[in-house]
Design a protein around this ligand. Structure first.
Ligand code: DAH
Length: 333
């Protein structure tokens, strides 16, 4: 306050009082702006007071002018103060709305995983690789000579029945087993050798235990002095590593044209015997067909069904569930 000044008149006091109330009650910048116009605008309350100056007696004018200017400054100050208060709280509100909490868990993309057939195949590959076998592959579209003749499977054998196999023409067919990879490997390599050959095979079958397309893994070990003892050792070793220490393996006499003797191999797991593979000692005729001397070389061979093994390991009842692509089934593993 300027010295000598007697104070605001009643009128000015009530203007200031009103302005204080209204300004402190303003809740957004729009209301505040309206108040600025109301008091300080061209035809606002304070501006019109100034216009009264010229009607006053000359000796009163300086004091009145000073007082009205002070009032104007005061209201200006109140408006500014309120404006920064409002801006601050609007900013806080906006921050609240936009606030990102970096400690919250993010939106996760669903992750896929390998199909259990692929998983079991890879596990089997790892087990046999660790025992010195290498992994090889052969074509799914095969010539009957590799699929049958070279494997000592004569024309009269039931497996050659057109009803059991998918023939493309007289020269090509879909392989019915992975055993032709034995032939291709022996033709391209010299013994000794140890291979496993995983891959798809095709047969005209479709029920709870058979698919028209399924996966096998062939095994072949050719060396001097290979015996059934070695065969049993490899089979027991792979079964225990895949399914656990208590797994048992049983060989039953059987017949395959390309082995002599031949066996059905059962695996004892979860208190049950499962028939999961065929095996045997390579037939001398097979060695002759690939140019190996059957007097010098001995071989053990086996062919296992990967779906069967997956079913045993994961307790799957219907083989068709493996290929229905129902994610609710597949994501159990
Ligand atoms: N190839 C036979 C099949 O698909 C399985 C098999 C049996 C493979 C005995 C072999 C074997 O290598 O020695 O039924």
């Amino acid at each position: 306050m300027v010295s000598g000044y007697s104070g605001y008149s009643e009128e000015l006091k009530s203007i200031l009082e009103n302005a204080k109330n209204e300004i402190s009650n303003a809740t957004d910048s729009k209301q505040l702006n309206d108040l600025r116009v109301k008091y300080l605008g061209k035809s606002g309350i304070v501006t019109s007071l100034m216009k009264k100056l010229k009607d006053l007696p000359p000796e009163e004018r300086p004091n009145f002018g000073k007082v009205v200017n002070e009032l104007k400054d005061e209201i200006e100050g109140l408006l500014e103060e309120r404006k920064s208060q409002l801006m601050e709280s609007e900013k806080q509100l906006l921050y609240k709305k936009l606030w990102v909490d970096p400690t919250m868990p993010g939106a996760r993309r669903a992750r896929g995983h390998l199909h259990i057939i692929t998983k079991v195949q890879k596990e089997l590959e790892d087990i046999f690789i660790s025992m010195g076998f290498s992994v090889v592959e052969g074509p799914e579209i095969e010539q009957p000579w590799f699929n049958f003749d070279a494997l000592n499977t004569p024309e009269w054998h039931p497996a050659r029945d057109a009803h059991d196999s998918f023939y493309i023409n007289d020269e090509y067919m879909l392989r019915t087993h992975t055993s032709p990879v034995q032939i291709r490997t022996m033709l391209s390599r010299k013994p000794p050798l140890a291979i496993v050959a995983p891959g798809r095979v095709y047969r005209r079958d479709y029920d709870a235990t058979h698919l028209p397309m399924f996966t096998q893994m062939e095994g072949l070990y050719v060396d001097h002095d290979v015996t059934v003892k070695h065969l049993k050792y490899f089979l027991e070793e792979f079964a225990r590593r895949l399914l656990g220490e208590n797994t048992k393996v049983r060989l039953r006499p059987s017949y395959f044209p390309f082995t002599e003797p031949s066996f059905e191999v059962d695996i004892y797991f979860n208190n049950r015997w499962f028939e999961v593979l065929g095996a045997g000692m390579v037939h001398p005729n097979v060695f002759k067909n690939v140019g190996y001397d059957p007097e010098e070389w001995r071989g053990l061979a086996f062919g296992l069904g990967i779906e069967r093994i997956a079913m045993v390991k994961y307790g799957v009842k219907d083989i068709r569930d493996l290929v229905r692509n129902d994610i609710r089934f597949l994501e159990n593993w």
